[in-house]
Ligand binder design. Structure first.
Ligand code: SF4
Length: 70
């Protein structure tokens, strides 16, 4: 168990449109094979607002940010 925030991707839903990368390229990166990479699954506190923005903006609802206690 960890209290660190965790980014979870539903890879069945992700269509690699890179909306999340546009919001936060430090964390989300879509490669040339249309595969999404999470560069830091446990984002630091200062990035959490933008992670949440990416989660909210994903048109496929493929992202989830788990925070402590969730
Ligand atoms: S915004 Fe959503 S669908 Fe698009 S690449 Fe990111 S996780 Fe995948």
């Amino acid at each position: 168990m960890t209290d660190e925030p965790l980014i979870v991707v539903d890879r069945d839903e992700c269509e690699a449109n890179a909306v999340c990368e546009g919001i936060l390229p430090e964390v989300f990166q879509v490669d040339e094979n249309d595969e999404l990479h999470i560069l830091n699954e446990h984002p630091p506190a200062e990035l959490l607002d933008r992670v949440q923005e990416a989660v909210d903006m994903c048109p496929k609802r493929a992202l989830l940010l788990k925070r402590a206690g969730q």
